[in-house]
Design a binder for this molecule. Sequence first.
Ligand code: PHE
Length: 334
Amino acid sequence: KEHIAEVEQFNADNKEAIEAFRIKYLGRRGLLNDFFAEFKNVPNEQKKEFGQVINQLKTAANEKVSSLNDALENKADEKGIYGDLSRPGEPIELGARHPISIVKNQIIDIFSRIGFNVSEGPEIEDDWHNFTALNLPEYHPARDMQDTFFIQTDPDILLRTHTSSVQVRYMEENKPPIRTISPGRVYRNEAISARSHCFFHQVEGLYIDKDVSFADLKQTLQYFTTEMFGKSKIRLRPSYFPFTEPSAEVDVYWGLETETDYKMTKGTGWLEIMGCGMVDPNVLENCGIDSKEYSGFAFGMGIDRIALLLYQISDIRMFSENDIRFLEQFKSAL
Ligand code: PHE
């Protein structure tokens, strides 16, 4: 009976003391086992009482141990991570960067190493910055090259079809020398399919200084493709853009590894990755830059297209579906 009182009074606030208490009473060589062993020596008339008391003691000891352990756990919970330093850490679920962001950051990185800064502008643009200043006056047939979304009924306000609009803004606000790239989302009213979407992402670049030549452009592009794709060849095909003269389309020779690569190059091994050219003097003048003193080049590429290629993705719509199973795959990327 004294033991019952002792058990009931017992208190402890650490694991070790509780465990010592448990062993003392409930352990294999503990007091209770001793009492149970004693039981057969107890005279018959006392057996009943003796039995009741040791059973009470057993219950009391068990209850004490579990209530002290509960209290200790609660205390640890209250103190959070400091409650019990031996508890295993809780895993933190890390997110992944979106593949478009990964590729965009890579492109920014490559051009920033040769002195380009990053400029941004609005996605809702006016006609001047998206078209007119870029040598695309109203009714110019080349406007049809980029199917445009207009905002309500105002033909002056639209969703930018390229980030060349940002370059116009940059030229209006900054004096040469200019070295800037403009990453951003652009919109075109095109049918949505595995290969094209009504919005996508571009990085356009602009370089303006004295005596900038086509050779500078070509060398810059070769530097870019080598950094982006590894050892690679480029080829420039004559093309047309209203804001550059001469203009060219840039193809990169892509090491064909899979069927998808091959399809993307239309079976030639050459993949078209961007448009470029020498900035048309009219555009410089429209933006307040003296075209007799300065010249420059510009280029523009689609980030989505490059990301499709680099990550072997077969459908451009995956970029905007937010399917967690797709996004999670980029956890180990940059
Ligand atoms: N703005 C063009 C497009 O979106 C790309 C481009 C940029 C071409 C600069 C030439 C020079 O298609």
